[in-house]
Design a protein around this ligand. Structure first.
Ligand SMILES: [Cu+2]
Length: 796
């Protein structure tokens, strides 16, 4: 007899063996001895084993966090789940610092990222080859740093007046004020600042509620004339928070400025002093606000100057990049191919002219080639046509025009022809990479004759250059591994009493019998246990290292007899594509189960000499959705080709022929093939009458399946199970159900029931079509009552 614990161990071994089969174990080297902890797998030892499965969930994740973007890394895990190495897979860009976050099943690992903020120029890409180059010189400029933040304009303080008051707050007033500023030679404006004065002073109102536009102006070169580089749009001075007032910043999208540029505003709300000092320029009345991209002239008709000495609390944040330079300049050489050949002298007397160029300057360059056109009467060269420009020339190659070739010259042939070549630029090679770059410098290619070539530089500043592992930690799983013994066992339980799940949501449900339908009281010769069991396609998570696995599982259906305690689970068919659809009964109604489907359940517990009667519904998906999700060798007898009208496949001895590409392995399957969703029940080890054995030819397809062979040739109904009130009639070949009668005329034992369909039994059982089956008897009960075997029994 089997105690509950023993049954769990047996069932767990079945689960475990399935898991082992699922992962393809790859071992790079054999362990040196049974306790060699450095190799895998290492069964039953203190360390988990790994199986390289593409289906497993990742465990160790390395994330690089910082102000840049794009840096990625992966971790390697060694013995005891310690991290042995972190490899940078993408350096990313834009980082000034970075932290490394390591997450997963283990703990204690940490690492530092090294960020290169003083970069080198790594490469230069030519965007346009140009032409006509004879002495190309590459200049690399700029790119040296992030600049210095400076503030230009006036002090941001409370002043005599909180605002001009030509108009009331809320009306954009006719005042333009240009603030004198000291802009750097190179830089950009990052923000406009003003003081929001909370107390009105000598004004009628505080700053709040007034409207204005902020501007960045660029002098045109004409006296008092400016172009408008940037317009903030209409701003409303907010309510001040501080009792005196606040400095307010208006963000500016890095508008490039140079010496002479300045800032201005149109409107009111900016505090001012009118103390006979100050150098701000006030224009009043200025009837309309300047427009972005427009031109304004101070003192003109639109912006008359109002002569007063004033100072407004208005300023700008400017990033000064004029002093920025790389620590060490990078240098580079431009290489190209022959652009044109210019004939200097045509010579004379040529009969078979050839053209040769010098070898390229770069060792990986390609020699250019050309041919000459000539006047056949005078033998004078008229043109040299470039056939192939070659590459790797840093200066134009010499051009030699011969009669005949260098190896086979024409004696006393033509002479005197000379020509020169020019280059187009194909590449720029770094000679020295420099240092101290934080942004890409400008690349220019200068030449006395050529033009048009452009190039851009790439720098490595701001990239993560390496990751230093500071602590290896332990307990991590390498990505692609399966960790064993990490999940609780699914425990056997009676769903009518309640089940407790393991950490994966699993339990092993008992089937709960209907003891009244087939009973002496109902006119039958003997009492029997009756179950309605269905087969469905369902996902269940088998291990924390794996995503849910697609399975074919048995489940006990809801009937009037068990409806009082049934969990009323609306069954879903989980499809290979990740979607789910409702499971329907043959009549099209939703199928309900007493419990969720669970791998290796429902377990039937029977008693010796008391029959078990089962109505089995095949509720697998139909059509191509019913094709088995496991690889199916349809050339095996019974698993593919139907019994009639199929030609033997042609053996052409090629990878394309019918022998090697069985027609019934195609999806969707041909109508001539047996369906993959055939199924039956077979009580393994049971003494069962042949009509209920579930022989290989006693399978059935789901109702509504479109097939010439809806059921196997030896399907037989249980004679007294037709026309029983409340019991489905499974006598038709297309009803999708079958009836079974198990005698249980055997002593106590552990068995299981599983699929037996012809040609695909092995695959169906592997896919999950198996569940436990026990018989108990009085002998076993006596052993329990005598204390010989444990009293820890299956609840009955
Ligand atoms: Cu068997």
């Amino acid at each position: 007899m089997f105690s509950k614990r023993l049954i769990n161990i047996i069932v767990s071994l079945m689960v475990f063996s399935t898991l082992i089969i699922r992962g393809v174990i790859s071992v790079t080297a054999m362990p040196a001895n049974p306790v060699d902890e450095t190799k895998v797998p290492h069964y039953f030892g203190p360390y988990p084993n790994w199986a390289n499965s593409p289906f497993t969930l990742p465990d160790v994740a390395v994330e690089i966090i910082g102000d840049g973007a794009g840096a990625t890394a992966i971790a390697s895990v060694g013995a005891n789940g310690a991290i042995t190495d972190i490899t940078l897979t993408d350096p990313g860009s834009g980082y000034s610092s970075a932290q490394v976050s390591i997450t997963g099943g283990g703990s204690g690992a940490s690492a530092d990222a090294v960020v290169n903020t003083s970069g080198a120029v790594t490469s230069i890409t030519v965007n346009n080859p140009g032409g006509g180059y004879t002495q190309p010189i590459v200049t690399i400029s700029g790119g040296g740093g992030t600049g210095t933040l400076i503030q230009v304009g006036n002090q941001l303080i409370a002043r005599q007046y909180a605002t001009d008051f030509a108009t009331g707050p809320g009306v954009l007033g006719p005042v333009l004020v240009v603030i004198p500023t000291t802009m750097p030679a190179n830089g950009f404006v990052a923000g406009i600042l003003y003081f929001n004065q909370a107390t009105p002073g000598a004004s009628t109102t505080p700053s709040a509620g007034n409207l204005f536009h902020a501007y960045i102006l660029h002098p045109t070169g004409n006296p008092n004339e400016y172009s408008v580089l940037w317009d903030s749009g209409e701003q409303t001075v907010p309510a001040a928070v501080d009792p005196v007032g606040d400095i307010v910043t208006i963000p500016v999208p890095n508008i490039a400025v140079t010496a002479g540029d300045t800032i201005a505003f149109y409107g009111e709300g900016i505090p001012l002093d009118d103390l006979g000092t100050g150098s701000d320029t006030l224009s009043y009345p200025a009837p309309s606000a300047p427009l972005a991209g427009g031109i304004l002239t101070l003192g003109g008709v639109d912006f008359p100057v109002y002569s007063q000495t004033r100072t407004y609390s208005f300023a700008a944040d400017v990033v000064d990049t004029s002093a920025v330079a790389p620590l060490v300049d990078a240098t580079a050489t431009a290489f190209g191919g022959v652009d044109q050949v210019l004939l200097v002298d045509g010579g004379s007397g040529y009969t078979m002219p050839t053209v040769d160029f010098d070898l390229p300057d770069s060792p990986d360059g390609v020699q250019a080639s050309a041919h000459a056109e000539f006047d056949s009467t005078t033998g004078t060269i008229t043109a040299v046509v470039v056939d192939s420009p070659g590459s790797g020339y840093s200066s134009p190659p010499n051009v030699v025009i011969r009669d005949g070739t260098i190896f086979d010259p024409i004696n006393n042939g033509g002479s005197g022809a000379t020509a020169t070549a020019t280059l187009k630029i194909f590449s720029v090679a770094m000679d020295t990479y420099g240092s101290g770059y934080s942004s890409a410098p400008t690349v220019t290619i200068n030449d006395p004759t050529g033009a048009g070539a452009t190039a851009t530089a790439t720098v490595n500043a701001g990239s993560v250059t390496s990751i230093n592992l500071t602590s290896p930690g332990s307990g991590y799983i390498t990505q692609g591994g399966i960790k064993k013994f990490q999940d609780g066992l699914p425990m056997l339980c009676d769903p009518s009493l309640g089940c407790t799940d393991n950490n994966l949501g699993q339990h092993l449900p008992l089937a709960v019998p209907d003891t009244t339908t087939f009973s002496v009281a109902n006119g039958f010769a003997a009492n029997a246990d009756y179950y309605v069991i269905a087969l469905v396609q369902h996902r269940e998570q088998m291990n924390s290292s794996l995503p849910p696995t697609l399975l074919r599982e048995y489940v006990q259906l809801e009937t009037p007899d068990n409806a009082s305690w049934s969990k009323h689970v609306a069954l879903q068919t989980d499809l290979l594509d990740g979607t789910s659809v409702p499971v329907l009964m043959p009549d099209g109604s939703q199928a309900y189960a007493v419990d969720d489907p669970h791998y290796l359940g429902p377990v039937i517990v029977s008693q010796k000499d008391r029959a078990v009667r089962i109505v089995f519904y095949n509720l697998l998906p139909t059509g191509s959705g019913g094709d088995l999700f496991l690889p199916t060798d349809s050339s095996l007898m019974g698993s593919g080709m139907g019994p009639m009208d199929m030609m033997d496949p042609m053996n052409d001895g090629t990878v394309m022929d019918g022998i090697r590409n069985p027609v019934c392995s195609e999806s969707p399957k041909s109508m001539d093939c047996f369906k993959d969703n055939r199924a039956t029940l077979h009580l393994h080890g049971g003494i069962t009458p042949w009509i209920s054995d579930g022989t290989p030819h006693q399978w059935i397809t789901p109702a509504n399946e479109n097939t010439p062979w809806p059921q196997g040739v030896s399907v037989e109904a249980v004679p007294d199970m037709n026309n029983v009130p409340g019991v489905p009639d499974c006598s038709a070949p297309t009803d999708g159900c079958m009836a079974f009668y198990y005698t249980n005329q055997q002593s106590a034992r552990f068995m299981f029931y599983h699929d037996h369909a012809w040609g695909i039994t092995r695959l169906n059982v592997y896919a999950g079509e198996a569940a436990g089956y026990l018989i108990t008897d009085p002998t076993e009960q006596k052993l329990v009552s005598d204390g010989i075997i444990p009293a820890d029994q299956i609840p009955l």
